[in-house]
Design a protein around this ligand. Sequence first.
Ligand SMILES: O=C(O)CCC(=O)C(=O)O
Ligand SMILES: [Mn+2]
Length: 210
Amino acid sequence: MSILTRPRQTDNQQYPGQVFQLPDAQVILWPGWLNATESVALQAELGTQLVWAQDSIMMFGKKVKIPRQQVWMGDSHCSYRYSGTTFMPAPWHPAVKQLTDEVSRFLQQPLNCVLLNLYANGQQHMGWHADNEAELGDDPVIASVSLGAARRFELKHRRQHWQLALDLTPGSLLLMGRGCQQHWLHRLPKQSRVTEARLNLTFRYIAPKV
Ligand SMILES: O=C(O)CCC(=O)C(=O)O
Ligand SMILES: [Mn+2]
C-alpha cells in the first residue's frame, strides 16, 4: 500500500504547495502530503517500534531534560552535536528510510538523517531555535513531516518584526528553504488544550566527511 496521497514519483513542480515568500527565506507547505490512513499507521508503527528517549541537553550551564522524546536516525557518519551533546544516529528504520527517500525525491534535495520528535500532548514543545549546527552546512534546507495532533508552528525573523504562524496538520510536509535557518527562528509552542500526541520528522543532510 502506498503511504502517499499524491501519485508516486511526482515532484514539487507537479504538486505545488502553499508558498510563503518571506523576507530572506522561503517556506512551502503541502497539507495532506500523506493521506490520513497512512499517517495514522505510520505514527503507530514509529511510536511503538523506535527507542524514544527524553534526552538531556545543556542550557545556561545546566543539564535539563527536553520537554519531548526524540530519536536521531540516519547514515552512520551523521553524528550531530547540539546544545552541548553529541548524538550518534540510530540505524535506519525501513519506514523512515523510505519516507526520507520519498521526501528527498519530491524536493530534489539530498537528505540523509532525521530528527524524530514525539510530543505526548500540548504541554510538550520546542523553544525558539534555528537548525544551524555546523554539520548541516552554511544554509541548510530542512523538511518536516507531521503526524498525529495538529499543532501550531511559528517562525520569526531574527532582526525584523516579521512572524508567521502555521498549523501543521497530520500528513503535512513543510519545507524550510534557503535563508530560513540563517535569518529566522522557529518553535513549536505549548498548546494546553491539545491532548493528543504528535510525531514529527525533520529531515536534514550532513555531507560525508572526506
Ligand atoms: O516539531 C516540529 O514541528 C519542529 C521540530 C524542529 O524544529 C526540529 O526538530 O528541529
Ligand atoms: Mn528545528
